[in-house]
Design a protein around this ligand. Structure first.
Ligand SMILES: NC(=O)C1=CN([C@@H]2O[C@H](COP(=O)(O)OP(=O)(O)OC[C@H]3O[C@@H](n4cnc5c(N)ncnc54)[C@H](OP(=O)(O)O)[C@@H]3O)[C@@H](O)[C@H]2O)C=CC1
Ligand SMILES: CC(C)CCC[C@@H](C)[C@H]1CC[C@H]2C3=C(CC[C@]12C)[C@@]1(C)CCC(=O)[C@@H](C)[C@@H]1CC3
Length: 333
């Protein structure tokens, strides 16, 4: 009951934001927290961050499943034995889990320089084969491959807090996390960055300001990503004076557990056999980044930028050229 009340209290704060458009002092390592860090784009980002700067970073992987988290940590330490990699148990779909993870974080660390809000789900996806073949022979074919527009719907669930599963996992848990971590994110004389993993699949038409959780539609994923873009804009306005900057990225179409789940009857070998077709499509749309390494390009690019120089109205896209070269490009949200 108390939990529901707290959930609602934070939900009210969230709605407003969206509608308006244990290191000691001597330790100077930058602290980076990554949600959904045990696989896919999140894990590739951690690997690349450590390759970029092993000694200067303190990496904290926030994961819901500690067994998977341990495995990811072991992988990272195998290639970067000198790295500092910690684990934090957190289920972004649960209000109590996010609150206690944030509390634990504040006990362990006194600063947070980069917060990557990356965890995400697309549950029970339904792939519209008819729409896909229709799209193949239409002038919209490139947009269809770049955004998945018109060919995907999902069946959402409800969490124990009474929130819509996709909204809670992809967005609300992260919103709560940022609010709770304010004391370590906002420090005078120092800037910090929030980086959200959004998507090309974020469509305005899927988001209803009267139904921010997407209780009634069939595109909760798209709605949650569109709301992510809006929330990042709102955060930029809200935290401007406190040195906290927010950006959104799209990793492109990446082969991960999330995408394998779109065609669950498809064996892994078929995806592998389709790779040459995907490489060919990449010639026409550079959004087919395909590997988690390529997909994390914009995330690592943002890490290297001065946050003051970033465009708050841009979405930063990880892109891979037909020849396999990675780059990052901003597009107005
Ligand atoms: N793959 C793609 O083509 C695209 C992906 N994205 C976005 O990229 C992000 C990363 O996804 P991707 O790497 O592709 O997929 P993965 O499924 O590999 O990674 C998703 C990560 O999020 C974690 N996660 C899921 N639910 C929760 C939860 N309730 N609490 C904490 N962690 C959770 C997963 O943990 P666990 O292993 O326990 O499930 C996993 O670590 C997502 O936000 C996704 O929407 C955006 C555009 C395209
Ligand atoms: C079986 C067929 C020969 C090939 C099927 C391809 C589709 C399954 C993919 C084509 C474009 C892909 C895509 C996504 C999922 C898989 C496809 C529809 C996303 C919607 C995944 C999640 C995102 O956030 C988007 C950016 C992706 C856009 C492209």
């Amino acid at each position: 009951m108390t939990l529901h009340r707290r959930g609602n209290q934070f939900l009210n704060q969230f709605s407003c934001a969206c509608c308006v458009t244990s290191l000691g002092f001597a330790e100077m390592r930058k602290v980076v927290l990554v949600t959904g860090a045990n696989s896919g784009v999140g894990l590739a980002l951690c690997e690349r961050l450590l390759s970029h700067d092993t000694e200067g970073l303190h990496l904290c992987l926030a994961c819901r499943n500690m067994q998977k988290a341990q495995a990811a940590r072991s992988d990272l330490l195998a290639s970067h034995p000198a790295a500092q990699v910690d684990l934090l148990q957190m289920d972004t779909s649960s209000v109590s889990s996010v609150l206690s993870a944030a509390q634990e974080f504040k006990v362990r660390y006194d600063r947070l320089d980069y917060l990557y809000l990356n965890a995400g789900i697309m549950p029970n996806p339904e792939f519209d084969v008819k729409a896909f073949f229709k799209g193949l022979f239409s002038s919209n074919v490139i947009t269809m491959f770049a955004t998945g527009e018109g060919i995907l719907t999902q069946k959402d669930g409800v969490t124990t807090d009474g929130l819509q599963q996709v909204f809670a996992t992809n967005l609300f848990g992260h919103f709560l996390l940022v609010r709770e971590l304010e004391p370590v994110l906002c420090h005078e004389g120092r800037t910090s960055q929030l980086v959200w993993t959004s998507s090309n699949n974020a469509h305005r038409s899927a988001f209803n300001p009267e139904d921010i959780q997407h209780r009634t539609g069939t595109q909760p994923y798209s709605s949650s990503k569109y709301a992510t873009d809006l929330l990042s804009l709102a955060f930029n306005q809200h935290y401007e004076k406190q040195g906290l900057y927010s950006s959104v990225i799209c990793p492109g179409f990446v082969m991960t557990n999330l995408t394998y789940g779109i065609l669950p009857s498809f064996p892994a070998i078929l995806w592998t056999l389709l790779m040459p077709v995907f490489w060919l499509i990449r010639v026409f749309t550079n959004t087919f980044t395909l590997t988690p390494y390529n997909g994390s390009e914009a995330l690592i690019w943002l890490f290297r930028q001065k946050p003051e120089s970033l465009d708050p109205y841009a979405k930063y896209h990880s892109l891979t050229s037909g020849l396999g070269n990675n780059y990052t490009q901003p597009h107005k949200v």
